[in-house]
Design a protein around this ligand. Structure first.
Ligand code: AHR
Length: 617
């Protein structure tokens, strides 16, 4: 037996595929701040998702003369005309549920009465409230809407009384029923399905979103906190807009609600190696854009300070530290107790990277020696970024290195020994992005079982592989830039893949002790043996031995389980099986409690079986 990581299964959360805005972030109004623009997407304007609804088909008037905040300069001017917002592919509302409506308004010519209503697909008004904007300065006004009928695709109408000018900004509609009931919170069904994974950590904000498309697009954490109207919207390198309403504070809260460790990943002072935005800072380097430029050296002290400030925001004392006070003001005086920080995301290990990565890591270790830094080793399991990323991390004694690889299922079948010979005295591994990719990029029983088989080998090596996260996590139908993903969804439905259930089975059946086991199968040839794998762990909290077995053979196998002298209750074994034909997409695991007193377990063809056995005293 050997001790293994108790943080093996986590989640990778990135705003890709409308994962945050239009997805996990429960805001129902799209372009609430009128800050959409061409940098987000070529044909997007400040009035995107909004329509003047007085029958004139007029264009919404946008102004910047008296902004609500310098970071949020655009607002709408209504001159007696009604406007409507169609949300993210429509606004889904439920009969009898409460929705929190709010806007910031100013009435330069005096009081304006307005009606706020939700109108269903068939023109039926399902909710309506009257509010008044009476201040000449920006002021928040609110109302509660309670629909009288369900509507999967409603529109939100704002209808001011005729003849008066009204300025509006930050128009928002949130369900009361967010995850854990938090205001400005997360879509409950999506957050619940993530909680079902029992993730031990959450990586945020990416992925490529963390280091951005060019230096000016690096995810600056400070622009993602504070009052919603003062956050800095950011164009998303996946081709849309980030309100950053789900910013760093909400992320820390989500981790707390999940009981998961935060693992923020910050750019190593260089943007994505595939950046396509020309930068003003590329004068002395190889390319005219992309990572080669890096944050200019004269700005690095501030960049490093920002990294240190994030740690202070998460962990600093609410009374004595500046950023701890800011956190307390946001409603969380207790520290978030962050333990990890990632620096860099699958970067090109260029001179620009090495210089900046070294500066940042040295500053973090000096000020916060207890924070575990996670380095980076490129986008593949081999090659120069992998080699030099590892060498650099090793030479700097970085505790963990983030590896990424999206591979064919066959790679996983044939590389189950990948970590067997990793040096346990060198940095440990965070397998931060991985998935089995088939031609056509679908998720099915084949990809899921291959990942299960590979994860068994990772669990065997979980004394050196401390963390893993499948990527990407979420994808909204109709807005998917990357496939495959773990969970698909639309406005009303959540559709976990078979791969999700593999993650769930590992997340819910983790252990802290790995028990060596041997799987033998008569005289099966080695190529067939590779398609079976097993692992045994002990989970201290539940006092349970957990046996996991993947059978990727097209035939059922009869397993004779020999537990030696391990004392377990075989007469009440909890057996969970995930199986199907390789191309099946709609299967989910089935659990039953059975006696396996004779030690015999039937393994279905193409299956992943988890057996939980209570320890006997
Ligand atoms: O997971 C999707 C993308 O894959 C990530 O943003 C990036 O890090 C990787 O290339």
């Amino acid at each position: 037996a050997k001790g293994i990581s108790d943080k093996l299964i986590g989640i990778f959360f990135e705003d890709i595929n409308y994962g945050a805005d239009g997805g996990l972030y429960a805001e129902l109004v799209q372009n609430r701040d009128f800050e959409y623009n061409q940098a987000d997407r070529k044909n997007w304007t400040h009035s995107y998702a909004w329509t003047v609804s007085d029958g004139s088909d007029g264009v919404l008037e946008i102004d910047t003369v008296m902004p609500l905040h310098a970071n949020n300069r655009h607002y709408a001017v209504l001159r007696g005309n009604a406007v409507k917002n169609n949300g993210y592919d429509g606004i889904p509302v439920k009969k009898g549920a409460k929705y929190r409506f709010s806007l910031y308004g100013r009435a330069p010519e005096g009081n304006v009465q307005l009606e706020v209503s939700l109108v269903g697909g068939n023109g039926l008004v399902v909710a309506s409230e009257k509010i008044k904007v009476s201040s000449k300065n920006w002021k928040k006004v609110t109302a509660t809407l309670m629909p009288s009928a369900d509507a999967d695709s409603a529109e939100l109408f704002i209808t001011p009384a005729a003849g008066r000018t009204l300025h509006v900004d930050m128009v928002s509609l949130f369900p009361h029923a967010t995850f854990k009931g938090r205001e400005n919170g997360l879509r409950a069904d999506l957050a619940e399905i993530l909680a079902g994974l029992k993730p031990k950590f959450v990586r945020f904000p990416g992925g490529c979103v963390a280091h951005g498309n060019g230096v000016d697009n690096i995810y600056d954490w400070k622009g993602s906190i504070g009052e919603l109207y003062e956050r800095k919207p950011l164009s998303n390198l996946w081709g849309y807009h980030q309100t950053r309403g789900l910013g760093y504070h909400e992320y820390f809260l989500f981790c707390e609600d999940l009981g998961a460790e935060p693992l923020p990943v910050l750019a190593a002072g260089v943007p994505c190696q595939n950046s396509s935005v020309p930068s003003a800072h590329s004068h002395n380097l190889v390319t005219t854009n992309g990572q080669q430029c890096g944050v200019p050296m004269e700005q690095m002290p501030q960049y490093i300070q920002d990294v240190l400030d994030l740690i202070e925001y998460a962990n600093g004392d609410a009374r004595t530290s500046r950023w701890g006070r800011v956190r307390a003001k946001a409603g969380h005086p207790e520290p978030f107790n962050m333990k990890y920080i990632g620096i860099g995301n699958e970067d090109l290990i260029s001179p620009a990277f090495v210089e900046r990565f070294t500066m940042i890591c040295n500053a973090v270790s000096e000020k916060y020696p207890d924070i575990k830094i996670v380095g980076t080793s490129g986008p593949f399991y081999e090659g120069s970024d992998y080699t030099y990323g590892w060498q650099l991390a090793d030479s700097m004694h970085i505790p963990l290195v983030d590896e990424h690889y999206y591979v064919a299922p066959g790679w996983m079948v044939n590389n189950q020994d990948f970590y067997d010979n990793y040096d346990r005295d060198k940095p440990h591994v965070y397998l931060g992005e991985y998935a089995a990719h088939l031609p056509g990029r679908q998720s099915n029983v084949e990809t899921a079982l291959t990942e299960a088989l590979y994860l068994l080998s990772v669990e065997r090596n979980a004394d050196v592989v401390e963390m893993t996260s499948y990527a990407p996590l979420l994808a909204k139908e109709g807005h998917t830039q990357w496939r495959p993903d773990l969970i698909y969804f639309n406005n009303t439905k959540v559709k976990p893949t078979v791969d999700y259930y593999v993650q769930k089975l590992f997340g819910n059946n983790s252990g802290e002790v790995y028990i060596a086991s041997k799987l033998s199968a008569g005289n099966l040839p080695a190529t067939a043996m590779k398609r079976q794998g097993a692992s045994v762990v002990f989970n201290k909290e539940t006092d349970t031995y957990i046996v996991k077995i993947a059978n990727l053979l097209p035939v059922a196998t009869s397993l004779a389980l020999d537990l030696g002298n391990i004392p377990v209750n075989l007469s009440e074994a909890e057996v969970t099986v995930l199986s199907g034909n390789p191309s099946d997409t709609g299967v989910s695991p089935q659990t039953k409690v059975v006696s396996i007193a004779d030690g015999n377990v039937e393994l279905l063809p193409y299956s992943f079986t988890v057996i939980r056995l209570k320890k006997l005293y």
